[in-house]
Design a protein around this ligand. Structure first.
Ligand SMILES: Cc1ncc(COP(=O)(O)O)c(C=O)c1O
Length: 393
């Protein structure tokens, strides 16, 4: 099921109204299927920065490369865009408890918004999920069930539990919830002054990232606010890439596979719930699905951190990794306008990062500081100042 929002009669006055409203995802409320403003629970989600860095562009060989920094959403991941709408809808239908199965980020987000809404919350995650994400859900007071199984089995168990216990589901089979995710397309359109990127690249697990982006751009086109729609790219970890496999085989639906181990744990899904929908979005926009190895993902994570100051989790770096691959393949041209979505914060899974700078552990003493600085040859401060005194140059 998909929600259809009728916007046709509002085309003219809506743009000015939205532009004048305070920042945040709910500026776009006419596009979202929530009827009672009082049901909305906002943690300040939306309007994340669209960052351009000359150094990153040079390294990647793409002049106009932008990062949509969704690591800055309230719980540190993309999920807040859809969960704020899911929880508003849950309140509208007077749900008694909300629930989700998750590779980690979705659980943290539902737990946080449920806490703000005062709703009981149950989340199920694979037991091997990064500790930070599980901790987030627990800190917000959710009932956290860690299943000794990978995600696909956890999700199957969750669907059984949903039937048994009747919770309000925040899964991507909930079409209301999915509508919130469109907002990153709207924001990008506005941040680029109405220009449609040539490519938008999203790390993909269940498939919503590209499906919702496609719907968002179609709605903008329906209003006459854009004529072009970007080519959409699903970026997956090569070890868990059912959408890439289906795309390469020319299928219009995915075949379930067993997700192999990957550092991109948030997108390690073998049976994507919206795989068919993602494939439709890719086909309709002349897009691509492409995989990245763990090595390429970790390289992209480090490159992003060193050149832009954005620290994202490995899954989130899959979009940049795939941008670099598509540039190498010649599919992305050096002058193309490319937007990569960074979907989750690096501090959610810090143990995976490979910092480029060593840690200098020393005994307290100035001589040891000097030795550390001398060893750190990349450091611009490794020449001690001639004498003490004022810190000002
Ligand atoms: C960090 C991160 N990026 C991307 C995704 C993929 O989301 P989608 O369900 O839209 O494919 C997830 C999903 O859990 C995620 O946690």
């Amino acid at each position: 099921m998909e929600v259809e929002v009728d916007l046709s009669h509002r085309a003219r006055d809506l743009a000015d109204e939205i532009r004048r409203r305070p920042r945040g995802l709910w500026r776009w409320r006419e596009f979202l299927p929530v009827e009672s403003p009082g049901a909305v629970v906002s943690l300040g989600e939306g309007d994340t920065p669209l960052v351009r860095s000359g150094r990153l562009s040079r390294e990647a060989g793409v002049e106009r490369l932008y990062i949509k920094n969704d690591t800055l959403l309230p719980t540190g991941s993309l999920k807040d865009r859809s969960v704020t709408v899911a929880i508003a809808r849950a309140r509208e239908v007077k749900a008694e408890a909300v629930a989700v199965s998750s590779t980690g980020n979705h659980a943290a987000s539902v737990a946080a918004y449920a806490a703000a809404a005062g709703l009981p919350c149950v989340v199920m995650v694979p037991a091997a999920t990064a500790a930070g994400k599980v901790l987030q859900a627990r800190v917000h007071g959710a009932t956290v069930i860690a299943v000794d199984a990978p995600y696909d089995q956890t999700a199957a168990l969750f669907r059984e539990a949903l039937k048994a216990f009747g919770w309000y589901s925040c899964l991507s089979s909930n079409p209301w919830r999915n509508e919130g995710k469109k907002s990153y397309a709207f924001e990008t359109w506005e941040q680029l002054d109405g220009e449609a990127p040539d490519w938008m690249i999203h790390p993909i697990a269940g498939g919503l990232g590209v499906a919702a982006c496609w719907k968002g751009w179609r709605e903008l086109r329906q209003l006459g606010w854009t004529t072009r729609i970007p080519r959409l790219v699903a970026a997956q970890a090569s070890a868990a890439a059912p959408i890439v496999a289906a795309f390469e085989a020319g299928q219009d639906d995915v075949t379930a596979l067993t997700a192999g181990p990957t550092v991109a744990e948030s997108i390690a899904v073998g049976l994507p719930a919206l795989g068919w929908h993602a494939l439709r979005a890719i086909a309709a926009t002349d897009g691509v699905a492409a995989g990245a190895s763990d090595e390429e993902i970790l390289h992209a994570q480090s490159l992003l951190a060193r050149t832009t100051g954005i620290f994202c989790e490995p899954s989130a770096a899959a979009s940049l990794a795939v941008a670099i691959t598509l540039r190498r393949r010649g599919l992305i041209r050096p002058t193309d306008l490319v937007v990569c979505v960074a979907t989750g914060h690096g501090l959610k899974q810090p143990e995976a990062a490979r910092p480029s700078a060593p840690l200098h552990r020393i005994e307290p003493g100035l001589a040891a500081v000097e030795t550390a600085l001398t060893r750190s040859d990349a450091h611009p401060l490794n020449t001690p100042r001639p004498s003490g005194g004022s810190p000002w140059p």
